[in-house]
Design a protein around this ligand. Structure first.
Ligand SMILES: [Zn+2]
Length: 153
């Protein structure tokens, strides 16, 4: 087929590989956040003294007023369930053998999306959810240092 014979509205694809080598870093705030999670088992937030917003995960600057956020606080391991869903495919779109329960657990004015360990029929928006951490010797400084969130009994 020539270019003139090709339907210009048809989707096009080129098969091949791109040799990409890159390294993603957490940045200054992410490094501090994940180090506290790994070493101390703490979820840290950062409060903006101007806006009064508590960012979780903590960050270096306020997105509203651009103030540097230097006041970091331990927000604890218990947040509130903001929303949840069952996930039936993985990140690549492949069907999961069993669906996974995922939710957004809010802390301060932010929160964390993570796996939930619960019967979905027993979950209620606003209920208290606790982060279950890996044992300290197994933590690597990643969001997966939190194994999942479970309802507080
Ligand atoms: Zn602010």
């Amino acid at each position: 087929m020539t270019l003139l014979e090709r339907d210009p509205q048809a989707p096009a694809a080129w098969r091949g590989n791109l040799p990409v080598t890159s390294r993603y870093t957490y940045g200054i705030a992410g490094e501090k956040f994940f180090r506290a999670l790994k070493d101390e088992g703490k979820i840290m937030g950062a409060e903006c003294p101007t806006c009064g917003i508590t960012y979780v995960p903590a960050r270096a600057f306020c997105e509203r007023c651009l103030s540097e956020l230097t006041e970091w606080t331990d927000v604890g391991l218990v947040g509130e369930l903001h929303t949840f869903t069952l996930v039936f495919v993985d990140y690549d779109g492949r069907p999961l053998y069993e669906p996974e329960l995922v939710g957004f657990v809010s802390f301060g004015d932010g929160g964390i999306v993570h796996k939930l360990e619960a019967d979905p029929d027993t979950l209620e928006i606003g209920m208290k959810m606790e982060a279950v951490l890996k044992p300290k010797t197994k933590r690597t400084g990643s969001i997966l240092d939190i194994q999942h969130f479970k309802p507080v009994k």
